[in-house]
Design a protein around this ligand. Structure first.
Ligand SMILES: [Zn+2]
Length: 319
């Protein structure tokens, strides 16, 4: 009785609108049945639904052969056969896995599970899961780069800070100190941001990035790191500082960098200990940025990324 009541009121249940991602129950059919999965991916354009015959001089339309996950040329004289796997898509990079297994991994990754957990829940090898997650993050890097826009705007406050990522590791005598990351976060509801790995924290490194990533007219808040001082003379950006040796928020001007400090804590919580070199840190930064941009609609947004991947004819660079 109580259970029925909960259902009718919709209480105790989470809808897709809450998290922007379906529940396992909602998509279980797609994630457990290869045919259902393929039809779904075709319906949203992630897989090619129509293929032209690749045979020399033919280019007739091909017919889908569902049981074989393939296409056959409609022309009787030709009959060319093309596997669905060999048509370009995100999935064709993972040839030894079923489409629904790859989609299951993606689904669990969108739920913020790590490679070990995904491997345990799906029964797939750790190496396969890791390969899919590298690919997923590679998509983030390229997709973000294509859709990158400066943050801030006239009179919008942008907090800027640098932070060191990665643990100190002593391995065969090599000391790895981690990498520096520069970030800027808007003090707006969207908290739009940029984050980028930098080789050092000099004026020469930091200022050109700020000029490129922050709209003219913005108000920049930073701490008193000396490399930022030249911003005082910038023609289109206004710059204010807070002295962290004295206080976190300047009692007179109200200047602080609490938003970007909070962002550091959030992004570092998503970063595994193994990410201490620039390339790996960068992959996790891009994932964090992508998740923030698409907050509340990650499933739909990632399906768009997969479609983009196919239509842009991207290739997976295995690492
Ligand atoms: Zn043909």
């Amino acid at each position: 009785m109580e259970h029925e009541c909960m259902l009718t009121k919709g209480q105790g249940r989470r809808s897709m609108e809450d998290a922007g991602i379906p529940t396992l129950k909602e998509v279980y059919a797609l994630l457990s049945d290869e045919h259902a999965c393929i039809q779904f991916l075709m319906s949203i354009g992630v897989l090619a639904a129509k293929v032209r015959c690749p045979a020399v001089g033919c280019s007739a339309e091909m017919r889908e052969i569902q049981v074989k996950c393939a296409f056959r040329c409609k022309r009787k004289a030709c009959q060319q056969f093309v596997s669905l796997r060999s048509t370009n898509s995100f999935f064709s990079a993972h040839k030894n896995l079923a489409f629904h297994d790859v989609l299951f991994c993606v689904f669990l990754w969108l739920h913020c599970l790590c490679a070990t957990q995904i491997s345990e829940l799906t029964g797939l090898a750790r190496s396969s899961v890791r390969s899919i997650l590298v690919h997923v993050r590679q998509c983030m890097v390229e997709y973000n780069a294509m859709h990158e826009a400066p943050i801030g705007g006239q009179d919008v406050i942008v907090e800027i800070d640098e932070s060191k990522f990665g643990k100190r590791k002593y391995h065969r005598g090599h000391r790895v100190d981690g990498v520096w990351v520069l970030a800027g976060v808007e003090r707006t509801e969207e908290r739009r941001l940029f984050m980028t790995v930098v080789p050092n924290r000099t004026t020469r490194t930091l200022i050109p990035i700020i000029q490129q990533r922050v709209h003219p007219g913005s108000i920049i808040h930073t701490d008193c790191w000396k490399s930022y001082f030249i911003l005082k003379y910038h023609p289109t950006l206004r710059h204010y500082t807070v002295n962290h040796e004295m206080h976190f928020k300047d009692p007179v001007t109200g200047v602080h960098t609490n938003t970007v400090e909070g962002t550091w804590r959030a992004v570092k919580a998503t970063m595994p200990d193994s990410a201490y070199d620039g390339n790996r840190v960068n992959l996790y930064l891009e994932e964090f940025i992508w998740r923030r941009i698409n907050h509340g609609r990650v499933w739909e947004a990632f399906m768009r990324v997969l479609k983009w991947w196919r239509t842009e004819n991207r290739q997976f660079k295995s690492v």
